[in-house]
Write a protein that binds this ligand. Structure first.
Ligand code: ME8
Length: 514
């Protein structure tokens, strides 16, 4: 019997109509960092991502090539899958909505909703945007060029009329408002919560959940004229991956409801209105939290496939290196806000913070240890107040980072870590171990030991953000594999004096533009 607490975290599943861009990387990165943090903190983590492969948008993209939707989705899904490797994402599962396990799960949920009288056959006449795969009300539209009508997202809409199954969403208004009230952190950040509450208070209409004019989807059980609306199909992925419809299984009981569903603010309504209503209607619990983060923009415009302003993650990683990109994306913009992408800002963070502050600190300390302590963890003598102060900062860091991570404030977590980086640099300058070498070698050993211990904590705290560099730093401090978790924070995992250390190597090189 697993005694660790579980933590289930999900990303949206991405449309396979085109290659992935930096926006997709951003959401998955945020989840990866949280998943890694929770694992190091002793949780039993399940981290899910994947691809959303049905619907008109994907069908249309496939048609534009000479490939069948099946072959087309296999190819594009593979791009997303490959990206997981490039970014070193630590997902435990990668779901594709074209998999049999998912088709089965969708149909089971549909049958459950039918048996609970939550679905009826009607007729849909209204506006639909293929790009958003969303239905829009007339009052949400604006005039576009050439007499077109535009959704708030800027996508053109078309008028559709067809028989459709409807989900009785209108019955769930009160329950949803109760949910937002009882689970105050169900929607984070607060501004998004307020937005959703106002939307639901205005009243809900029933939701069209099948399409009769699209064939690329999960067939509606018992009615071959319809496939399920792609958003219903997509949302169900989160429960498919934990074994739905086997709700009595150990896996389902262990991981559902999800602890955190991370999304971009563009898909807030689907995740905080339709999704919890569908779950409650099927007798299932809603997730514990949905966090809707902001957008990366390029010169003020949302980065997206359709805007042709993509920032390609593969090119970025080639140019700057993986860990610097991971660090920059979560450091530069307070998580939740929008941020404008800039190479200038990226270089400034890499050179100013990673290379000059953390990289330099590690290089200085490790080189001094190599030269002046025979390349072994130094033997510390009695500690002075300044030593205790720095160590206390390092030991307390986990508590601060944990608080920040529990509210998905990555930038705050990194700021706390950086406070200790700066304190350490100040400490080295004040203690001047290169002078102590002549005047007081035993004091020098204590200073370098305190610095090595602080670096160990910095490496542990940075591990979720920059796993490869943090591992290299721990290698250089000869931290054994079993001590690379948060259980080793504090004196319990202290470095053993006398342990031989390998030759120091730079961890964060400066970026020099060619
Ligand atoms: O909406 N900045 O898929 P999608 C930040 N299949 N994040 C961004 C971004 C940007 N400029 N652009 C995209 C779908 N994202 C559905 C989801 S879930 C059951 C179904 C990220 O390929 C962000 O997480 O359009 C956004 O919500 C998601 O990609 C949309 O990806």
């Amino acid at each position: 019997m697993e005694s660790r607490q579980s933590f289930y975290i999900t990303t949206p599943i991405y449309y396979v109509n085109d290659v992935p861009h930096i926006g997709h990387v951003y959401t998955t990165l945020a989840c990866d960092v949280l998943a890694r943090f929770k694992r190091l903190d002793g949780f039993d983590v399940k981290f899910l991502t994947g691809t959303d492969e049905h619907g008109q948008k994907v069908e249309k993209a496939a048609r534009a090539t000479s490939l069948t939707p099946r072959v087309f989705t296999d190819n594009v899904s593979q791009n997303f899958h490959d990206l997981m490797g490039l970014m070193e994402f630590s997902n435990d599962d990668f779901i594709r909505t074209t998999e049999p396990r998912h088709m089965r799960s969708c149909q089971a949920l549909w049958n459950e909703l039918v048996s609970r009288d939550q679905i009826y056959l009607g007729y849909y006449a209204g506006w639909y945007s293929v790009r958003d795969e969303a239905f829009w009300n007339k009052d949400e539209l604006t005039d576009g060029p050439g007499g077109t009508q535009l959704a708030p997202t800027g996508a053109t809409v078309e008028w559709i009329e067809e028989p459709s199954y409807f989900f009785k969403l209108s019955n769930w208004q009160e329950e949803l408002l109760k949910l937002y009230d009882h689970q105050q952190d169900f929607i984070v950040p607060k501004s998004r919560r307020n937005e959703v509450i106002s939307f639901v208070r205005m009243g809900l209409t029933d939701l069209s959940v099948s399409r009769a004019t699209c064939t690329w989807g999960v067939p509606v059980p018992g009615d071959t004229d319809h496939v399920m609306y792609v958003w219903l199909d997509a949302l169900v992925n989160y429960i498919t991956a934990v074994g739905y419809p086997e709700t009595k299984s150990q896996t389902f009981a262990r991981y559902w409801p999800a602890n955190l569903q991370m999304v971009g603010k563009d898909i807030l309504r689907f995740h905080t209105v339709y999704w919890p209503a569908l779950l409650m209607a099927a007798g299932l619990d809603p997730p514990k939290r949905v966090f809707a983060h902001g957008w990366w923009t390029n010169q003020g415009q949302k980065i997206s496939k359709s805007s042709h302003n993509s920032v390609d993650p593969v090119t970025l990683v080639k140019r700057y290196g993986l860990d610097p990109v991971r660090y920059f994306l979560l450091r530069d913009v307070p998580f939740g806000n929008d941020g404008d992408f800039s190479h200038h800002a990226m270089v400034k963070r890499i050179n100013g913070e990673l290379a000059n502050e953390l990289g330099n600190l590690a290089q200085r300390v490790l080189s001094l240890i190599r030269r002046d302590c025979a390349a072994r963890v130094p033997e510390p003598g009695p500690r002075m107040a300044s030593d205790e102060a720095l160590l206390a900062e390092a030991y307390l860091l986990l508590e601060q980072v944990r608080l920040a991570m529990d509210k998905q404030a990555f930038h705050e977590a990194l700021k706390s870590i950086w406070k200790v980086v700066r304190s350490s640099n100040g400490y080295v300058d004040r203690q001047a171990p290169w002078i102590l070498r002549q005047t007081d070698p035993s004091r020098m050993a204590t200073v370098l030991y305190v610095l090595a211990e602080t670096l160990r904590h910095l490496a542990l705290m940075m591990a979720p953000f920059v796993p490869r560099s943090a591992a290299r730093l721990m290698d250089q401090l000869a931290v054994v594999a079993g001590a690379r978790t948060f259980a080793a924070v504090g004196p319990a995992g202290a470095l053993t004096p006398g342990t031989p250390l390998p030759r120091p190597q730079g961890i964060f090189p400066r970026f020099i533009s060619s």
